[in-house]
Ligand binder design. Structure first.
Ligand SMILES: [Zn+2]
Length: 136
């Protein structure tokens, strides 16, 4: 189900708690909401639809992919960039890493460890920050 976007800095600043298989509907809602906002948004975290669970979705090519309980276990090649956020207005300066490795679970709650780079890596870092309650 497509949900409305949370703009409340208080709830967005809370650290998300681990997701469990009981949160499958939130994963689906988040994928639906990202698809509905795909013109303006390339990734979302669950707290952006008001659910304080550690779930993110990221546009990878045509396909939005869910990363559940994501953890960045390796970061390489820092650079400075500017980013916007659907929950905030304007753009902010931030440091990202060109190469990252992410440990996460897929929609079936199977574990993966996968490297990502460049644009996809940047989106993941932005959304994982949301899970930590960090806003750019
Ligand atoms: Zn954001």
């Amino acid at each position: 189900m497509i949900k409305s976007i949370n703009h409340d800095p208080t709830t967005l600043s809370q650290k998300a708690v681990p997701a469990t298989p009981q949160d499958r509907q939130t994963v689906i809602d988040l994928l639906d909401t990202l698809k509905a906002n795909s013109q303006v948004c390339v990734g979302m975290a669950a707290n952006m639809i008001g659910v304080n669970k550690r779930i993110i979705v990221v546009s990878m090519g045509m396909l939005p992919v869910a990363l559940i309980n994501p953890e960045i276990v390796l970061k390489r090649e820092p650079y400075s960039t500017r980013e916007g956020c659907l929950s905030l207005s304007g753009e902010q300066q931030t440091t990202r890493y060109k190469q990252i490795t992410v440990r996460y679970q897929d929609q079936n709650f199977e574990s993966h460890e996968q490297p990502f780079s460049d644009w996809i890596a940047q989106i993941i870092q932005h959304e994982v920050d949301h899970c930590e309650g960090i806003l750019i």
